[in-house]
Design a protein. Structure first.
Length: 92
């Protein structure tokens, strides 16, 4: 029984060997169906490992928001009170 790392190395070696899976399996002494499972798992692991973890940065919402009307009037409203803020935006 081969370890997971050995299986991955065997798949990578097969890819660079230029041999068919049948030919490579004969030299390795493994059934082709077993080796096909290794190849499938290797593809899935590669697909998952292509992701890059991006750390989340908190969004800072200001306590006061300026509502600027086309006539030049500016109203400062609390960002905590979304209902009042929504009404001020629709007011004009």
């Amino acid at each position: 029984m081969k370890t997971s790392e050995e299986k991955m190395l065997a798949v990578e070696a097969w890819r660079t060997s230029g041999l068919s899976q049948n030919e490579y399996c004969k030299t390795l002494g493994v059934k082709r169906t077993t080796f096909a499972n290794w190849v499938s798992r290797n593809k899935r692991k590669k697909a998952v490992s292509n992701f890059i973890r991006v750390p989340a940065t908190p969004v800072i919402i200001p306590k006061l928001i300026d509502v600027l009307y086309p006539n030049g009037v500016i109203i400062k409203a609390s960002s905590d009170d979304l209902k009042t803020l929504s009404n001020l935006i629709r007011l004009y």
